[in-house]
Design a protein around this ligand. Structure first.
Ligand SMILES: NC(=O)c1ccc[n+]([C@@H]2O[C@H](COP(=O)([O-])OP(=O)(O)OC[C@H]3O[C@@H](n4cnc5c(N)ncnc54)[C@H](OP(=O)(O)O)[C@@H]3O)[C@@H](O)[C@H]2O)c1
Length: 255
């Protein structure tokens, strides 16, 4: 059963043409929110918006092709969302990139900077834009998509993990600074079956899930349901939290 607990609210979700962002968009639409989605490639983004619109009920969905890492794009997307729907109550910083694997000691620093720019600085940039345009006056709820790699070292996706650790701390700092009218939370997913993570389960899903107490990898919908909870009034006394949605992986103590 779906309640329309987000009816009348507007959500902006970055990096949402596929994977976790798309699933969050679908879940928020199901709960009655208007939704604006972004991604860089206009074609797939438009296709996703059409697909989502078929199940949107009374709510609306709109697509804004844009690069999360670009300041002017962020400003434009927030302005366009307000223009289209008249409010911006929910922000989901979902865009994340991971172009650097392996040893940090000889990592390409330009690539490391780019990871931090998109995964951390741009998330703060979107918060600043949303705050200036709407949430500072009207309040809101913000969700940052982090990773279990931000909570434990992996030895493999190290620069990415460090950026997600920074995003988790950013979440806590913002919760202090934007309360009481704006809540800021994060989700730390384990491996979720998306294009982004394909390499992590290329040798077989069962093998990849062996260390998970729940013995399966995550689905985008697993993350989306937790996201909707944290963004809704059901979580009205939760802020600064990073919710692990990882099939129990970190409860076992390791990655
Ligand atoms: N999948 C996992 O196992 C997993 C685990 C932990 C955390 N996460 C986090 O979850 C988030 C979503 O990952 P996912 O697995 O859903 O990835 P995905 O399936 O690869 O989807 C990524 C989405 O982001 C968009 N995107 C990428 N770079 C962008 C940019 N610079 N500006 C705007 N849009 C951009 C992509 O579209 P375009 O290419 O068209 O831009 C696409 O819509 C990321 O923050 C990731 O770090 C994922």
């Amino acid at each position: 059963m779906t309640t329309l607990d987000l009816a009348g609210r507007t959500a902006l979700i970055t990096g949402a043409s596929r994977g976790i962002g798309k699933a969050i968009a679908a879940e928020l639409l199901r709960r009655g929110a208007n939704v604006a989605i972004t991604a860089r490639k206009p074609g797939p983004l438009e296709e996703t918006a059409h697909e989502l619109a078929e199940h949107a009920g009374q709510a609306g969905v709109v697509a804004f092709p844009s690069n999360t890492g670009d300041l002017e794009s962020r400003h434009g997307v927030v302005a366009a969302t307000l223009d289209r729907f008249g409010s911006l109550d929910i922000l989901v910083n979902n865009t994340g990139i991971n172009p650097v694997y392996g040893s940090l000691i000889d990592a390409d620093l330009a690539a490391v900077s780019k990871i931090f720019d998109v995964n951390v600085v741009a998330a703060l940039g979107f918060v600043q834009e949303a705050h200036a345009a709407w949430m500072g006056e009207h309040g809101g709820s913000i969700l940052n998509i982090a990773s279990v790699a931000g909570l434990r070292s992996t030895g493999v996706i190290s620069a990415y993990g460090a950026s997600k650790a920074a995003l988790i701390r950013l979440t806590e700092e913002l919760a202090w600074q934007l309360g009481p009218s704006i809540r800021v939370n994060a989700i730390a997913p384990g491996v979720v079956k998306t294009q982004f993570a394909e390499a992590l389960y290329a040798a077989g899903e069962d093998k990849a899930a062996a260390g998970y107490p729940l013995k399966r990898l995550g689905t985008p919908e697993d993350i989306a349901r937790a996201a909707a909870f944290l963004l809704s009034d059901d979580a009205s006394w939760i802020t600064g939290e990073t919710l692990r949605v990882d099939g129990g992986l970190l409860a076992t103590g390791g990655l």
